[in-house]
Write a protein that binds this ligand. Structure first.
Ligand SMILES: Cc1ncc(COP(=O)(O)O)c(C=O)c1O
Length: 398
């Protein structure tokens, strides 16, 4: 049966596919350690769960306004002021079923045929697909490993054209963990104003930064840049709420209104109990956020130490999110069984599953075939065992 032209060129999310494969293997009783996941394994905080349960008990289980309840939009406004120093009004905010949907809706209402959208690389897997689904053209702006994959103004200037409609920023970045430096953030903000393009700032990992690095929202750098920025946020990573599906976008109200209108014809509002839970998350106590961040910081330190100890593996220290993105290209050209050679991040991923029963995600899916993505969303013991297995399998490669 013929598919629509629109979806013919998209591929399914590889991270979700690999995570599903690991879960399937685990269900079959195979001892797999998955470094592929993109979600904190911590439980949703109790007060957040209680708010969701209360909503269900109180019968708060019906449709709401497509943009989300006023209480939640106000909570997002309050959060953006408290954490990011940003002033928005309720009509400049829409809540969505996850920030992925917020990004998708934004792409649908804002990008068009002939528009170019710059995506710094390595990038999160869904950006190019969403841009293509909107009939626009993704243009990649490579960053450099030697510079910790931190985006610089010059990286954008190199690929900027008269057709550039927007740049998608993701700091902290999935998959590299890179956080854009404040001076560069300022320079990028100036460039956006000067060259008249828009910014989509995906801040899903804003709460997870390490070694004293602080997240700054580019929209907070002045009124001119704020007027051309869409800030996209999520409850998923900050509050371990991935399955509740609650994200949001804030920005110029004509575009936010179009996103709400689009949403009213597609998914409608996010699930009502999730909205109540998100209010509790955004306005409630912050201790769980900090204790989760501290735990990730500990794991990150351990992971980096162990990775540096594996001959052939190089890894720039990620400054945020919960991923490491080691360079594994030293293993390319090495032989595996039956004379076959490893020649890509996909080959190496397959080898690690077979040989070590460890899953990672090939860097090729994020725009860099020399790397693999390792998530540290699993307990210390599993991290230790998984790395041991990985090190052993890699050391066998000759
Ligand atoms: C960079 C980035 N943005 C957005 C999302 C989407 O998160 P959610 O839809 O759960 O808010 C993810 C999820 O992995 C991500 O890594």
């Amino acid at each position: 049966m013929p598919l629509s032209r629109r979806v013919r060129s998209i591929s399914p999310s590889s991270t979700l596919a690999i995570t599903a494969m690991a879960k399937r293997m685990q269900a079959e009783g195979i001892d797999v350690i998955s470094f592929a996941g993109g979600e904190p394994e911590f439980d949703t905080p109790e007060h957040v769960k209680a708010a969701g349960i209360r909503a269900v008990r109180d019968g708060f289980t019906k449709y709401t306004a497509p943009a989300g309840i006023e209480e939640l939009r106000d909570a997002v406004v309050a959060k953006l002021k408290r954490d990011n120093g940003l002033e928005y009004t309720q009509d400049e905010v829409v809540t969505c079923s996850g920030s992925k949907q917020a990004l998708y809706n934004l792409a649908m209402v804002f990008f068009d045929k002939r528009d170019e959208v710059i995506i710094p690389a390595p990038y999160w897997v869904s950006y190019p697909e969403q841009v293509r689904l909107a009939d626009a053209t993704p243009v990649f702006a490579p960053t450099r490993e030697e510079e910790g994959f931190r985006l610089k103004r010059g990286d954008l200037e190199r690929v900027l054209t008269r057709r550039t409609k927007a740049v998608i920023l993701n700091s902290p970045c999935n998959p590299t963990g890179a956080v854009i430096e404040l001076d560069e953030l300022k320079a990028i903000a100036e460039l956006a104003v000067e060259k008249d393009f828009y910014l989509v700032s995906d801040e899903a990992y804003e709460a997870l930064t390490y070694d004293g690095v602080k997240h700054v929202s580019i929209a907070s750098l002045g009124e001119e840049v704020k007027a051309r920025t869409f800030v996209v946020g999520s409850t998923s990573k900050t509050y371990a709420m991935t399955g509740w599906r609650l994200g949001y976008a804030a920005g110029p109200k004509e575009i936010i209104k179009a996103m709400i209108d689009l949403q009213s014809h597609s998914t409608s509002a996010p699930a009502s109990p999730s909205q109540k839970a998100a209010v509790a998350a955004l306005l409630g106590p912050r201790e769980t956020v900090e204790s989760m961040r501290r735990e990730f910081e500990k794991r990150r330190r351990y992971l980096l130490e162990r990775l540096h100890g594996i001959p052939g593996v190089r890894c720039v220290p990620p400054e945020g999110a919960f991923y490491a993105f080691p360079n594994v290209s030293a293993f390319y050209g090495k032989k595996v069984a039956r004379g076959r050679k490893i020649s890509s991040s996909t080959d190496l991923t397959a080898y690690l599953i077979q040989e070590a029963r460890v899953t990672v995600v090939p860097g090729a899916d994020f725009g860099s075939d020399k790397h693999v993505r390792i998530s540290y969303c699993l307990g210390m013991e599993q991290i230790r065992d998984g790395l041991e297995r990985m090190a052993k399998a890699l050391e066998q490669l000759k």
